[in-house]
Each structure stands twice: as C-alpha cells, then as structure tokens.
Design a protein around this ligand. Structure first.
Ligand code: AOF
Ligand code: ZN
Length: 365
C-alpha cells in the first residue's frame, strides 16, 4: 500500500477534480503490476495496473489507495475489470465518498466472491485526497490559506520588505504546493506590493489558475500577472467592474468576474461557489492579511499552512498573516485541529484543519 501511495502521488496536480490513486498487484509474494491515475479523463489506477501485469493476475491481490469505482464516468467501472481479470483479494485504503460509489464498489466485489479488506493504512491514503473528498461532497473547492512568517508572527518587516522570510527548502515547498492546487489567489494589496507571478516554478508541474481578489479592479496593466495572462489562465474577481477597465483587461487575456457582495467587496462565498461550478476543486490563498481575514470570516477556509522562520522582526506596524478587524476574544478565534509538523531546513511547516467549519463563532460575528 505504501508503494501504491507513492505511485498515486505521481498524478499530483493533474488528476483534479479526480483523486490521486495508486494500485499495486501482488501474486505469489511478488509485485506483478503497478499503476496510477495520471490525469482526469484518463484510465484509473486499477485498469492501468491490470494492463501492465507481467503475468496473468488471476488469483492475485490488488492493493489500491481508494475504493474501486463501479460507475460509468469518463471511464468504465474498475469493478468490471477486477472481476474480469479474476482478482481474488482487494485491499482498499480510503473509502470513496462519491455518491455514485460510496461503498457500492466494495459491495459489488464482495457479491462476486472477491475477498475485500477496507481501511488499510486509511489515514495515509486519506491524506492524498482532502481536496477530492471535500469537492465531491460539497461541490466547492477545498480552500487552503498559506503564509510564511517569522517566529514573532510577521510576514514582512516594518518597511514592507518580505524577501525572504523563509529559507530555500520552504520556498521550494511552496512551489510544490502551487503545483498541487487547481487555483491560487492573492489580494490586490499583495499584488500591488510584490508584483507576483503566482505560477509554479517546478519543471513540468501543473500550473494553477491565478485569481486576484480586486474589488475596485485596480490591477495595473503593467503587472506581471497582466503581462502573462495569455500564458496562464488568470481571473480578476471584483465587486464592480467599469465596462472600459473590464474590456482592457479582457483584451489582455484576463477573465473578469464581477462578484460583489452587499458591502461593496468581493463575495468570497459566491467566488468559492463559482470556482466549484468551473470544476476547480482546490484553492490556495496566498495573502495578504486582509484577504485571509475576509476568507476566515466568510467561513470558506478548510486548512492552514504556516511556514515559520527562525527570525524575529518586531515592529508594531509590521504586517501579520491575518489582519482585518479580528476576533474580540480568544474564545472567538478560529479554532484549528489536526496538527501536522514538517521540518524544512531551519524552518517549520505547521498545518492544521479549521475545526467546526461554518459554526465557528469568529466568522459568524
Ligand atoms: C478509482 N480509481 O484511479 C480513480 C477513481 O470520470 P471518471 O471515470 O474518471 O470517474 C471519476 C470518479 O471515479 C471520481 O469522482 C472518483 O469517485 C473515482 N476515481 N476511482 O477506482 C481511480 N481516479
Ligand atoms: Zn475506477
């Protein structure tokens, strides 16, 4: 199963909105076939593993990181090929919450006499696909808020200088994150300050759709984002769009989505719904602090990635990862759970899930 997990990860960034899935076929104590789901629309891991077998897989065990599907989607059901090839035993990691599968895949195999074991290394397998699990059950993207800060909680020095807070290993890790998510978003304040490209600078990686949260459509035509809009899909989301500005940006290859809320700012819940309708199953929010606070308040954030650097910057005016008005008391803060810690050189990546979803006091106030 660990080998199947490693294979699954080869599809990172390309399978969305489908999950990453890996499969290994074992007969007489030897691996005779391996496969993974390479990209949405292409064959599933099980079919690829079964067609790659070095000997007849009849009587073999199939290890697969996700319950085999039993429906006709973009591809035919995996259960059919598993039965056709006479696999004797199927060991499953994650359950598939897709309502078209959800236990029916395992049940069909059992009904036909296949020995099925579920929940094997389930936690490790589940970690492959939080985006898929969220998207297939809600129709909305899994939203990750990401920032890099010093040990005293600053994302920039008092002058605004922010290059660099973290070291090289952490910065490489961020690019891997960008390659994993379907879309990436920054606020206009960050774009005006940093003029970012918001792409993934790893050879051959998937490129996320770039989204700028820009209420008054201030994005300069000279920005790197505008200049590369014909190369990478780029969307400016605004509250109000003067027709002439909108046409200028569109002529540069940008999309403009007017999604204003009642307060004259971008309605982040409407944005997340729109992204879901477009088939974008995950979103990485990369700041700044105003957008992060608005996203928490809107209740759209699922997960937080904080890169923490061994530096102290100080300064009352130095920017912090979550700004806006903020919570009135510790009890009203967003509550996080499920801590995961990764050392990246001298830096730390600290990850948590947002606990309690929309019921959190902070974003209902
Ligand atoms: C598997 N193995 O490798 C994957 C599965 O449109 P399709 O045909 O690609 O089906 C997509 C659905 O199939 C997806 O929502 C999920 O439930 C399952 N993905 N299942 O047995 C795989 N990628
Ligand atoms: Zn399948």
């Amino acid at each position: 199963m660990r080998r199947a997990i490693a294979l699954a990860r080869r599809g990172m960034g390309w399978t969305a909105p489908n999950p990453m899935v890996g499969a290994v076929i074992v007969k007489d104590g030897k691996i005779i076939g391996e496969g993974w789901h390479p990209r949405c629309g292409e064959l599933h891991a099980e079919r690829r593993a079964l067609s790659n077998c070095s000997t007849d897989p009849a009587g073999a065990t199939l290890y697969v990181t996700l319950e085999p599907c039993c429906h006709y989607g973009r591809t035919p059901p995996c259960t059919e090929i598993i039965l056709e090839k006479k696999i004797a035993r199927v060991v499953i990691g994650s359950r598939d919450p897709n309502p078209k599968v959800a236990g029916k895949g395992a049940a069909i195999l059992r009904e036909h006499g296949v020995q099925v074991e579920e929940d094997f290394l389930r936690r490790e397998c589940d970690e492959l696909n939080p985006e898929f699990f969220h998207y297939i059950t809600t129709g909305r993207p899994y939203v990750v808020m990401k920032y890099a800060m010093t040990l005293d909680g600053k994302i920039a020095a008092r002058t605004g200088a922010s290059k660099w807070i973290t070291g090289e290993a952490a910065r490489r890790h961020v690019h891997a994150l960008r390659g994993r998510y379907a879309a990436i978003m920054a606020g206009i304040g960050t774009v005006l300050a940093d003029d970012p490209l918001l792409n993934c600078r790893i050879d051959g990686a998937h490129q996320p759709v770039r989204i700028i949260c820009d209420s008054a459509l201030r994005l300069p035509e000279s920005s790197q984002l505008c200049r590369t809009a014909s190369e990478y899909r780029t969307v400016a989301v605004c509250a109000s769009a003067p027709a002439e500005r909108r046409e200028r940006l569109e002529s540069l290859g940008m999309e403009v989505w007017p999604l204003g809320g009642s307060d004259g700012r971008v309605d982040l819940r409407a944005l997340v719904s729109r992204l879901g309708e477009e088939g974008l199953s995950s979103l990485l929010i990369e700041g700044g602090g105003t957008l992060h606070e608005a996203a928490l308040r809107a209740g759209v954030v699922n997960h937080v990635c904080a890169y923490i650097a061994p530096k102290l910057l100080g300064g009352r005016e130095a920017k912090t990862p979550v700004e806006g008005l903020g919570a009135a008391s510790p009890a009203e803060g967003a509550q996080l759970a499920g801590m995961k810690m990764t050392a990246l050189g001298e830096d730390i990546l600290l990850e948590y899930d947002i606990a309690g979803g929309m019921n959190n006091v902070y974003w209902n106030c």
